[in-house]
Design a protein around this ligand. Structure first.
Ligand code: KOT
Length: 829
């Protein structure tokens, strides 16, 4: 049959792919081959970047057989697949993670040494893919790690931004953003597949037509771009599995070129190319405050349309009966960014595959689930009907129909209650007509979950309470988690060895085993060894910061850590007020510098470039740092360190060294937090409010091992309701007054009172996040911290108990919860 595709008949082509021998010699051979044949250099002529690329290629070669096998296995078994749809993946560096997964760490280190190359130099060369802003993106990375480790067939779908989260620098203490050209020196972990590109359409109009007596709708778009997939390996830990992360890149279509070629306008054709490729050019740097920009909606539709069609066209077998789609896939929506996938699936099923609306809707409602990651009203995404209708006219029609039918259901259930209809409508009318993406996700999703118990409760009771009334069974909780591979094994190897020595190696995939450390917390020798690990981690951090920024930290200091995005609700200003209070007490002679518990405060925080107040707070932190650190009266007993460009890589050095974890958001504002979990699992004690997952951390570690302060969420509500006057708190508290006055006086701005005036006035007259109301309680809790730290041995015991009791916060447990409560998928045999 001459139509049959040509397939190679050579016996080697049919043999399974074989990994290179797992030996030092085998590794050296493969490494040198890659250096010569892929990088095109000899070892003697190679530089560190060549060597890094060849090394990454070698690690890939070891994982390749498993990856290809897994792809075959997944194709054969046709098991239900988790498709995680996320606009962000904050992956962190890949080299160590992949070496660990493949158990190649020692072999590779020795092999490189034999070639005269140091593994540490290779680690330095690697650039982390920063394709996310913060918690939401890092959570996605932890989840796909856990799913691979649990052998769950998963595809992570997202965007291959050419520029990730900006690189932060400080100029005179102020944040200046630099582009993150992470691809510049080569990108060895990705595999482009232009042959599997999807064409993604935008704009235009719709029309109806007669299809054998049935009226159907079609979309006549105006322009297209190509979505080219770039696949990355997601290796499981020690289980021989490798899943796929598929990130889409926008490329101009040929049609684009052709149209303009025909018009003979070369310059215009190049411009058009740039226009198309803009879609995956840059990550939007806003965390929890979406901006409603057209390009952002283009990005969202671009990646979800590519992903859904990829799954239907390339992952499903030919002839698959789409009525069975819910048994074959779950599309998990990582917040509302991918929610335009809902009308896209409807459009494909109804317009392209000829399904009846009712059938398509029943299927769609079983194929999606929605995770909400916020409670802030300003973070709830809405798109103006104008914009959405211009860019995606057919999708807007579909959303209208979904809404009409949904509101009919509401009326049927609750009667013609105009306010209820207005409140629940997917289309908002005020201040402009818009699509409320969270409502669309809630109506369409089989399940809706929050990311910590308190957050899920507040979703049910407040943000989505009318929906929870209507669909009580839709709502559930899955408390976030973090991967112990990256955040303990890799980030804190000394602690990992200590735990393994005590409990065996199983804890890495069964984190509840950390419970075994409870008994050891009572063992003085174990405590001593634990304290030695903490001290060594501080020295390591000091070395890292010395090399990176020319600053050091003293391992005799209490290391007080606040690392997270800069946002008013997270209350970095409360932390600053504490530091200024301590400083003021010294310079006013209230306490002697020699009598206070020496502390180093570390901040890590990026501010969204357009968020003026957040940037001003960064300036304040840097300014306080430079005054406090250089005042001889302080005698070095307070130090403020703010290394620029906090990212996953820096987190991996800071977190293992921390003594105190600052989780001080206003109660009811932080959905979960995940840094809180990473810090507790590395033996930091938390000072925190009753917010997000702090609540669950405190329940698990116990009140004796947690510094609680501040109002509870109901207390916050009550204070708002009665009328919050921050100035009253200022008036009533001399210590607070002294700290605020010191900032207002220009002490930290070379005498210029105007620089931080907006921060001071905001606190006095507005203070949306009630910093002043919680100040006294925070200062009191910090005094308790100082007292507790004075007894080093007791502190160490608490630190060990924190680790022992926080096994619950493994992302493996989060994945089990999603599998049981939401996805109903299973690990592959
Ligand atoms: C961003 C845009 C719109 C809505 C929400 C966000 C968002 C929320 N980005 N990051 N988050 C954080 O997600 C983490 C993972 O669930 C949480 O731990 C954290 O509390 C959120 O702030």
């Amino acid at each position: 049959n001459s139509d049959a595709p040509l397939r190679p008949t050579h016996p080697l082509a049919l043999a399974p792919v074989i990994a290179p021998p797992a030996s030092v010699d085998g590794f050296v051979k493969q490494f040198l081959a890659n250096l010569n044949f892929d990088q095109g250099v000899s070892l003697s002529a190679s530089d560190a970047n060549d060597q890094y690329l060849a090394l990454a290629g070698t690690v890939r070669d070891y994982l390749m057989a498993r990856w290809l096998e897994d792809q075959t296995r997944q194709r054969e078994q046709q098991a239900k697949t988790v498709c995680y749809l996320s606009a962000e993946y904050l992956l962190g560096k890949q080299l160590d993670n992949n070496l660990l997964a493949a158990r190649l760490g020692e072999i590779a280190t020795e092999a490189l040494a034999q070639c005269g190359i140091s593994m540490d130099d290779m680690r330095e060369v690697e650039v982390e893919p920063g394709l996310g802003n913060g918690g939401l993106g890092r959570l996605a990375a932890c989840f796909i790690d856990s799913l691979a480790t649990m052998s769950v067939p998963t595809i992570g779908y997202g965007i291959r931004y050419e520029y990730g989260i900006f690189r932060q620098t400080f100029v005179d203490g102020e944040q200046v953003e630099q582009p993150d050209a992470w691809l510049q020196m080569g990108s060895p972990w990705e595999f482009p597949h232009p042959e599997a590109a999807q064409t993604i359409s935008f704009g235009g109009r719709t029309e109806t037509y007669d299809d054998k007596g049935v009226t159907r709708t079609r979309w006549i778009p105006d322009w297209n771009v190509l979505a080219v997939p770039y696949n990355m390996m997601v290796p499981g830990y020690h289980n021989g599995r490798v899943n796929t992360l598929r990130l889409w890149r926008a490329v101009a279509t040929n049609a684009f070129d052709l149209r303009i070629f025909n018009s003979g306008d070369y310059e215009e054709s190049v411009r058009a190319q740039t226009f198309a490729e803009n879609i995956s050019k840059v990550l939007y740097p806003e965390d929890s405050t979406p901006q409603g920009k057209e390009l952002r909606l283009q990005q969202q539709y671009f990646f979800v349309a590519a992903s859904i069609n990829d799954f239907l066209d390339n992952v499903l077998l030919e002839g698959f009966d789409l009525n069975n789609l819910p048994d074959r896939v779950i599309f998990q929506l990582n917040d509302t960014h991918p929610v335009i996938a809902v009308p896209e699936l409807m459009r494909v099923l109804v317009d392209e595959r000829g399904m009846e609306w009712e059938d398509a809707w029943a299927i769609t409602q079983k194929c999606f689930a929605y995770t909400c990651h916020t409670l802030l009203p300003e973070a709830l995404e809405v798109w103006s009907v104008d914009l959405l209708g211009r860019l995606l006219p057919r999708h807007l029609e579909i959303i209208y129909r979904i809404n009409d039918e949904f509101l009919d259901e509401v009326r049927e259930r609750f009667g013609d209650d105009m306010m209820r209809i207005r409140n629940m409508s997917i289309i908002g009318e005020h201040p402009y007509r818009s699509v409320r993406m969270a409502y669309l996700a809630t109506v369409a999703g089989a399940k809706v979950n929050g990311v910590a118990e308190l957050h899920s409760q507040l979703l049910r009771d407040k943000v989505l309470h009318e929906f929870a009334e209507m669909y009580p069974d839709k709502f559930t909780n899955v408390t976030n988690g973090v991967t112990p591979r990256r955040f303990i094994r890799l980030a804190n190897p000394s602690l990992a060895s200590l735990i393994t020595e005590a409990l065996g190696a199983g804890w890495t995939v069964d984190l509840e085993r950390l419970r075994g450390l409870e008994a050891l917390a009572e063992d003085p020798e174990f405590r001593e060894r634990f304290a030695a690990v903490k001290a060594a981690n501080k020295r390591h951090l000091s070395d890292v910061l010395q090399r990176r920024d020319g600053v050091t930290i003293d391992d005799s200091h209490l290391l007080d850590v606040m690392v997270k995005r800069l946002h008013e609700y997270k209350r970095q200003t409360l932390k600053v007020l504490h530091i200024v209070t301590e400083y003021e007490r010294i310079i006013s002679g209230t306490v002697a510098a020699a009598d206070i518990q020496p502390r180093t405060f570390i901040f890590g925080a990026k501010a969204a470039p357009g968020y003026a107040m957040a940037k001003r707070i960064i300036h304040l932190i840097n300014s306080v740092a430079s005054v406090v650190n250089n005042d001889p009266r302080v005698e070095g007993s307070l130090k403020v360190v703010f290394p620029p460009n906090y990212n996953v890589t820096l987190a991996e050095s800071i977190i293992p060294a921390a003594d105190l974890s600052e989780q001080i958001s206003l109660a009811g504002k932080e959905a979960s937090g995940t840094g809180n979990m990473k810090l507790a699992l590395n033996g930091a004690l938390t000072i925190g409010t009753d917010d997000g997952a702090n609540v669950e951390i405190r329940q698990l570690v116990g009140d004796d091992n947690f510094f609680l302060f501040g109002m509870t969420e109901p207390e916050v509500e009550a204070l708002w309701a009665k009328g919050y006057k921050p100035a009253d708190f200022y008036q009533a508290d001399p210590q607070l007054r002294a700290a605020m006055d010191l900032i207002a006086s220009g002490e930290f701005s070379g005498g210029d009172r105007t620089v931080f005036e907006p921060i001071v006035s905001n606190l006095l007259y507005d203070d949306r996040f009630m910093v002043l109301a919680d100040y006294a309680s925070y200062i009191e809790a910090q005094a308790q911290v100082d007292l507790a730290y004075a007894d080093q041995d007791a502190w160490t015991r608490s630190a060990i108990l924190n680790i022992a009791r926080c096994g619950f916060f493994s992302s493996d447990r989060s994945m089990r919860d999603y599998l049981d409560r939401i996805w109903h998928a299973r690990p592959l045999l």
